[in-house]
Design a protein around this ligand. Structure first.
Ligand SMILES: Cc1cc2nc3c(=O)[nH]c(=O)nc-3n(C[C@H](O)[C@H](O)[C@H](O)COP(=O)(O)OP(=O)(O)OC[C@H]3O[C@@H](n4cnc5c(N)ncnc54)[C@H](O)[C@@H]3O)c2cc1C
Length: 293
């Protein structure tokens, strides 16, 4: 069935190949999701367009205006090994470190994780907590969009890998009085998808007494990676103490709407665990923020 396996060198060349194949070619990065899906008959691909050798899609850098930029073809291992990510986006380092096993982390990419659009994907949840933006290269334009906008429903992303390319992510590097953490619940290490994931980011005031703002991302508790906005509203401006954290974690549970899954967990168990994971993640993120005076 497959007729070609191509290695473009640039973003423009990638788009040009996709355009010429008019829907019959598809982007492949690590192939850890795509090859299984082809085996299952979900897609038929005539031409694979391997983006892992496009320099513009690789790497991690801290920009002058305080953003972290990550190329979409950067692997999970490159992400969690990066001192920039460990220091300024701990939630993402912890998430990428939790993906599958080391073999998957060595080839699986952050871009593939997002385009595969699972509501509890580790990378997607951490990026959602970081309020990340995604850069998309479409046939006639390149644009930045809020990451949450690219998710459509479970397994369906608005970026079409037979015509468009996810180029990169960017988000604010966390600095003074900011902290982040990732909490994950899974049956065992090698299972591909977790029972529940929670990523949080907190920004405290100068004195470390109050939350300025916070972000709480959860999955799978909705069709796409979910932001617990009600819980975030409880934290904004509130004193940093156990009572506030417990109230926010409880609200995160209230606004989560998980489904029962016969292989992983019931709706009721997941809902209870949302409260536990959110509290743990907030506590760790606050500790990190307080240590960064
Ligand atoms: C054994 C096993 C364990 C796993 N464990 C986990 C886990 O614990 N947590 C988790 O979140 N995931 C897990 N996964 C899923 C998978 O490894 C990740 O989602 C991985 O990040 C996918 O990246 P990839 O580069 O392999 O994507 P690919 O398989 O190459 O591509 C995935 C999809 O995205 C498209 N695509 C890829 N890159 C781009 C791009 N830049 N622009 C546009 N479209 C693109 C492809 O066409 C395809 O549709 C596991 C998979 C396996 C096989």
């Amino acid at each position: 069935m497959t007729s070609a396996y191509l290695f473009p060198q640039t973003v423009d060349e990638t788009l040009d190949i996709l355009r010429r194949h008019a829907g019959r070619a598809r982007i492949i990065a690590g192939g850890t999701d795509l090859m299984l899906q082809i085996k299952q008959g979900k897609y038929q691909v005539e031409t694979f367009v391997d983006i892992t050798r496009v320099p513009e899609l690789n790497g991690i850098r801290l920009t002058e205006d305080g953003y972290i930029w990550i190329g979409a073809a950067t692997t999970h291992r490159q992400v969690w090994e990066s001192p920039i990510i460990q220091e300024h986006a701990t939630v993402l380092a912890e998430a990428c470190r939790a993906v599958g096993a080391l073999q998957i982390q060595n080839v699986g990419t952050l871009g593939g994780n997002v385009v595969n659009a699972m509501p509890a994907a580790d990378g997607s949840i951490a990026l959602t907590a970081l309020s990340a933006e995604a850069q998309v290269a479409a046939p006639h334009e390149r644009y930045w969009t809020n990451l949450q906008e690219v998710f459509s429903r479970p397994g369906i992303c608005k970026i079409d890998p037979s015509a468009e390319l996810l180029v990169a992510f960017r988000f604010k590097a966390l600095g003074r009085r900011a902290g982040s953490a990732f909490e994950r619940l899974a049956r065992r290490r090698a299972l591909s998808l977790p029972i529940l994931n929670c990523g949080v980011v907190v920004q405290l005031d100068e004195a470390g007494d109050r939350f300025e703002h916070a972000a709480i991302a959860l999955g799978p508790v909705a069709p796409t990676p979910f932001r617990a906005r009600g819980a975030e509203a409880i934290l904004a401006g509130a004193p940093v103490n156990e009572e506030t954290i417990r109230a926010a974690a409880h609200q995160a549970m209230e606004e989560s709407d998980p489904r029962s899954n016969i292989l992983r967990a019931s709706r009721e168990y997941r809902k209870d665990m949302v409260e536990v994971l959110t509290r743990r993640a907030l506590e760790r993120a606050v500790q990190q923020a307080l240590a960064r005076a």
